[in-house]
Design a protein around this ligand. Structure first.
Ligand code: LRH
Length: 463
């Protein structure tokens, strides 16, 4: 994405889009990270001359490098089954309560900490001299410079959110060698200049700027909240990340029991949120149906009566790929609800379930952080999904402001622009988003009572 920023302008143009296709080997699910890097270089060629570059990407995953800085194998996908049972292994040494009190990260099998426990004893980890999170790995290949960007580092479950530094005690107790990580860097810090092989595409050794390299941190940075507004956000895409922007972590036992996470945002903020499985559920169903017409699917889903059956969209049982329509139907039957049959019914069940999960997360976050909100901002690809936005407004009982869909790219670009002195501060960044981006407001449907959502929630077990 090429961004353009001026006092009254903020624009994005898509230079190049390429698929990110994980590959299943007999040994497990892997990322084709060289394919991704080739896509980044193609993007730079298509973009032409730019003044600055920033890399963001998904959290938790990493590549290992040897002492010469060469990649040791394909990074493992967070949906790989290797982390099964790793939380229990961690808790045997560091009780779950202490792990949460010191890292603030929700218990989900994808956490880097659990991935590293699963890798313990492998030849690859033994041979590794350096671990770089995925956006840091791309940045390293572009610049030759190694660093660990803080917002994404917070997704490892190895950062203390009170201090924004490594959780040494936890890591030491679990035998995790923190010297594998490159020094921490923060959004706005310089990250080097393009090496010759990449500079060829932009025409000069373009500077690379550290951004909120966790895509969710970048997306939250571009939430179009107005000054003083009391808001929750939901970053919707493959995942739904639903919660609040806070100034201090919430590390209480109640917060742990509700499985809330304290990831770090830009400027010392805390992203207090719940990871919800998200539109992955629809993507996987479409993959298994061989269906590509999402617009028709959503139109048909809108015509199906709502809230007939719901599943717990924050349950990690839905993390792994495969057989998604069947697994949704099984989850409905297991909670004594009618199993959806047609594609439209299954899609409606998923969207109702996501809206319900959004409601639970937004309500729980307000209660646990004692931080009431008046509006929910829906950003990311799901902001284009009118049915999901309306259902979310109905479920939450407050207005939803939807957009921008490309919030992560905008947040990335805005942090670079701020580092160059083009924008003043976070409030000015958001103000520019509000002034320049098309936003759609969804009011909760009048007369659609909260009772229906509460009744649906009661059909599901916790959290
Ligand atoms: C969203 C996301 C999310 C999680 C997951 C791994 O793309 O970054 O915040 O960390 O991917």
């Amino acid at each position: 994405m090429v961004g353009r920023v001026g006092p009254d302008t903020l624009g994005l143009a898509e230079a190049h889009r390429f698929p990110n296709r994980p590959v299943r080997l007999a040994e497990g699910l892997r990322w084709d990270v060289l394919g991704l890097y080739a896509g980044v270089l193609d993007g730079l060629r298509a973009a032409g001359g730019v003044d600055s570059i920033g890399i963001d990407g998904w959290g938790v995953d990493y590549g290992l490098l040897d002492g010469d800085g060469r990649l040791l194998g394909n990074p493992v996908h967070y949906r790989d089954a290797r982390t099964d049972g790793m939380a229990q292994r961690a808790w045997a040494t560091v009780p779950a309560e202490r792990l949460y009190a010191e890292t603030g990260i929700q218990d989900t099998p994808i956490n880097t900490l659990y991935q590293l426990l699963a890798a313990q004893g492998t030849e690859q980890l033994a041979a590794a001299a350096r671990l770089l999170l995925i956006p840091d790995l791309i940045t390293y290949w572009l610049t030759g410079e190694q660093g660990t960007e803080l917002t994404n580092a917070s997704t490892t479950q190895l950062i203390d959110p009170r201090t924004g530094t490594w959780a040494h005690t936890v890591a030491g107790a679990l035998g995790i060698d923190l010297s594998l990580f490159a020094p921490l860097r923060r959004p706005g810090d310089p990250a080097g200049r393009l090496l010759a092989h990449a500079a060829e595409f932009t025409g000069h050794e373009t500077p690379v700027t550290t951004v909120g390299s966790h895509d969710t941190a970048s997306a939250v940075a571009a939430v179009p909240a107005t000054e003083g507004e009391r808001f929750a956000y939901i970053c919707t895409g493959t995942w739904s990340l639903a919660g609040l922007e806070l100034h201090a972590p919430v590390l209480t036992e109640r917060s742990r029991a509700a499985n809330f996470t304290n990831e770090l945002g830009i400027d010392g903020t805390v992203r207090y949120l719940r990871n919800i499985t998200g539109l992955w559920l629809v993507q996987e169903c479409m993959r298994s149906w061989g269906e590509s017409d999402v617009v028709r699917l959503l139109r048909e889903a809108a015509a199906v009566p709502g809230l007939r059956s719901v599943v717990d969209a924050s349950d990690p049982v839905f993390l792994a790929p495969g057989r998604m329509p069947e697994r949704i139907a099984e989850a409905c039957r297991a909670t004594a609800q009618p199993a959806p049959v047609t594609r439209a019914e299954i899609t409606r069940c998923i969207l109702d379930s996501l809206a319900l999960a959004h409601r639970r997360a937004v309500e729980d976050a307000q209660r646990l952080a004692d931080h009431p909100v008046d509006v929910v901002h829906v950003v990311g690809g799901g902001a284009r999904n009118r049915l999901l936005c309306q259902l979310t407004a109905d479920a939450c009982g407050v207005p939803v402001v939807a957009g921008p869909a490309e919030a992560a790219a905008l947040g990335n670009v805005l942090v670079q622009a701020r580092a160059q002195g083009l924008v003043d501060d976070r409030a000015a960044m958001r103000e520019l988003v509000v002034r320049t981006q098309p936003l759609t407001r969804y009011e909760p449907t009048r007369g659609r009572d909260a009772g229906a959502w509460e009744a649906a929630a009661r059909r599901l077990p916790g959290p």
